[in-house]
Write a protein that binds this ligand. Sequence first.
Ligand code: ATP
Ligand code: MG
Length: 236
Amino acid sequence: MRILTVEDLVSGYRDVDILKGLSLHIEEGEIVAIIGPNGAGKSTLMKTVFGLIRPRSGRIVFRDRDIAGLKPDRIVRLGMGYVPQRDNVFPSLTVLENLEMGAFIIEDRRELERSLQRVYELLPVLERRSRERARNLSGGEQQMLAIGRAMMLEPALLLLDEPSAGLAPALVDSVFDRIREISSGGTAVAIVEQNARKALAMADRGYVLDMGRTRFEGRGEELLDNEEVKRLYLGG
Ligand SMILES: Nc1ncnc2c1ncn2[C@@H]1O[C@H](COP(=O)(O)OP(=O)(O)OP(=O)(O)O)[C@@H](O)[C@H]1O
Ligand SMILES: [Mg+2]
């Protein structure tokens, strides 16, 4: 079953088109890696799908519903989570407060507790650090918090924009382990990554974006083996 279909998406900033007719799709439960050079439009894609940028044209269908033009709070309620590339935690709030912000639509206290326990099980470091202000967490812990916040509402699709950026290799692996676990819990994951080889190795499928369009698509291992992809996008 398709969970997300993006068709001929055109989107950008003011009078500049960044996405120039981009198409991709994600099946339920899949991990899809989105790679491509700096400025390709990867973050613009995620922001547009999540409703932070209004597309100029094209279709965005999430769970059988056209969401193009909807605002992020509506899209969250439909079951999508998003972890931005930058500024993805509230630094002056505690870990617990950040997680509660992620659950802003839950009014029932017991339901909120259940969500917290689920996220603490997935990311135990957050329970240990729950009273700490987010700004005092390490880079890796902040990334876990950003992911945990997006997981509070148990999204059917999670968009991750460079979750491993700036992390030491060992931490990159542990973030990727958490993403695998999120996926095995039934959440589909779309992940934008600079660590392109690792992301493709983990992913069911991948897309290579360049200049606002899909240049290549295929199974993760297919893209890893593709000579052109290797030469142009994976550093030989
Ligand atoms: N708020 C903005 N206003 C105007 N132009 C922007 C804005 N944000 C991004 N851009 C431009 O849009 C293009 C695509 O940016 P985007 O952030 O989507 O790329 P990206 O693929 O995520 O790159 P990176 O790998 O560096 O994160 C770039 O040329 C960028 O300069
Ligand atoms: Mg980006």
